[in-house]
Design a protein around this ligand. Structure first.
Ligand SMILES: NC(=O)CC[C@H](N)C(=O)O
Length: 203
């Protein structure tokens, strides 16, 4: 275990436990983060899936909006899955009017954009930088990436079906986001990729 690397999981709302477990399996120290003092002690942060409107309210109540924005500006690696992807987007469509976001990734994301019938669905996707079989991706009322700016690397798109070509994973510098939930399927390759990004940033 590399005791030196501490990755926080933003623990105000969402599937925190699953991310903590996935990170622990990747041989790093994983800790829940709720307050500014806890944020100060981690090298990187995971923002879980959940409900971004609820997360937004709690972010304000716990005084975490500016501290996290500040760390993002300072280059802290962050990985957001699903609601976490929404929290990392610079532009969000169909958010609540009073909803707040951390921002950081130059992309336009639409909340709950896959339509009622496909509230939840699964797809096998290729992921740039991840070796082996396609990744089995689980989408739950997922956001849709509508466009990305020049500095954003598209890591994955859905291939085939109604959503063919839809961007579902992106990276901009130390920031990583997926519209799906790798923490729910036991495939550790996305977390391993993030840990690698965190190690690289810490070097
Ligand atoms: N599974 C998820 O994280 C869903 C995201 C949720 N629909 C939101 O807007 O925040």
């Amino acid at each position: 275990m590399s005791e030196d690397l501490i990755i926080g999981v933003f623990a105000l709302q969402g599937d925190v436990r699953e991310h903590l477990a996935a990170l622990a399996e990747c041989d790093v120290v994983a800790r829940p983060v709720r307050r500014p003092e806890e944020l100060a002690s981690v090298h990187a942060l995971v923002i879980p899936g959940g409900e971004s409107t609820t997360m937004s309210k709690l972010v304000e109540i716990f005084g975490m909006l500016e501290p996290i924005r500040e760390r993002i500006r300072g280059g802290m690696p962050v990985y957001g899955s699903c609601a976490g992807m929404i929290m990392l987007a610079d532009h969000v469509l169909d958010g609540r009017s009073d909803q707040v976001f951390f921002g950081g990734i130059d992309m336009v994301v639409r909340r709950n954009a896959f339509g009622r019938q496909v509230d939840s669905f699964e797809a096998n996707v290729d992921l740039a930088g991840v070796e082996g079989d396609p990744f089995h991706a689980v989408f739950i009322r997922a956001p849709r990436v509508e466009s990305v700016g020049e500095g954003v690397e598209v890591l994955s798109r859905i291939s085939g079906g109604d959503a063919d070509g839809t961007i579902v994973a992106v990276r901009q510098g130390p920031l990583l986001a997926t519209a799906f939930h790798p923490e729910l399927t036991g495939d550790l390759r996305v977390h391993a990729l993030f840990v690698e990004m965190v190690r690289a940033a810490a070097r």
